[in-house]
Design a protein around this ligand. Structure first.
Ligand code: DGL
Length: 265
């Protein structure tokens, strides 16, 4: 049985996983949170499958040993679509993964043309073919991998909001494909991208944007039903695999979101 102070550990390459923390904190406002960002390994989206599969389970093993979480959330589509089964097999705590919300998009689409926006590594995964075949068989599913959007999201969190043009250039990677003009729902299949959603909606107001965050938050609630939590919110802890100037700036910006301490793994 979990102790009230036992945290939920969120893991991502960078700040993207905050788009999963936010809906979770809304449902479980007093849950102690450890947010771990693999800043030394960032970005994941341009790495090979072998690199991700070697790095992520080992890091999560160390994090679990140090923080003894009640639950691990891989708040990263790239790591989840590549390494989730290996991580689950290696850890003795429940692990929740993040996978592209293609099912949600297919339920919402009227034109039956869906865009999937993820990292380059995520959009080439067989896992995505499988989701498209299972949940969107009657849809055209167009994909675009963008490393630039990941960088733009990191910059936004560090205090530099993206320009409209920069976002438009990346969305053009979907809209410019044959049939792309008919896309009415875009899956933000990288946890960094919902952090840019406001700007995306300005650029493409005719499109609905969906992501896995709210569904994962509900899953976390289900998995922790009956567990004890603190009576009042406790400050979250930020952990970076490299703690430099950039990470400290991000941490300072997140103080207002309830993160009280920053440490290096
Ligand atoms: N936030 C991650 C994802 O959901 C990866 C971003 C990156 O490091 O490239 O895929």
């Amino acid at each position: 049985m979990a102790e009230p102070t036992q945290p939920i550990l969120f893991f991502d390459s960078g700040v993207g996983g905050l788009s999963v923390v936010t809906p979770t904190a809304r449902l479980l406002p007093t849950a102690p949170i450890v947010y771990a960002a693999d800043s030394a390994g960032f970005p994941y989206g341009t790495k090979t499958e072998a690199e991700i599969a070697a790095r992520v389970p080992a890091l999560l093993g160390r994090l679990v040993e140090r923080y003894r979480p009640r639950l691990v959330v891989i708040a990263c589509n790239t790591a989840s679509t590549i390494a989730l089964p290996v991580v689950r097999a290696a850890l003795d705590v429940p692990v929740v993964g993040t996978v592209p919300a293609i099912k949600v998009a297919a339920e919402a689409s009227r034109t039956r043309v869906i865009g999937v926006l993820g990292t380059e590594a995520t959009v080439r995964q067989p896992y995505v073919d499988d989701l498209a075949a299972r949940f969107a068989a009657d849809c055209t599913v167009l994909r675009h991998g963008s490393a630039a959007l990941v960088e733009l999201a990191e910059a936004a969190l560090a205090g530099t909001p993206p320009s409209r043009d920069a976002i438009a250039a990346e969305l053009a990677g979907l809209f410019g494909q044959p049939g792309g003009g008919r896309i009415d729902v875009i899956v933000n299949a990288c946890t960094h991208f919902p952090l840019l959603e406001k700007r995306m909606r300005e650029v493409a107001p005719h499109v609905a944007f969906v992501d896995g965050g709210p569904g994962i938050a509900r899953r976390i609630v289900t998995l922790t039903v009956g567990q004890a939590f603190p009576a009042t919110p406790v400050p979250g802890r930020l952990v970076f695999t490299r703690l430099g100037e950039r990470e400290r700036r991000i941490a300072a910006g997140l103080a207002s979101q309830g993160f009280g301490t920053v440490e290096a793994l």
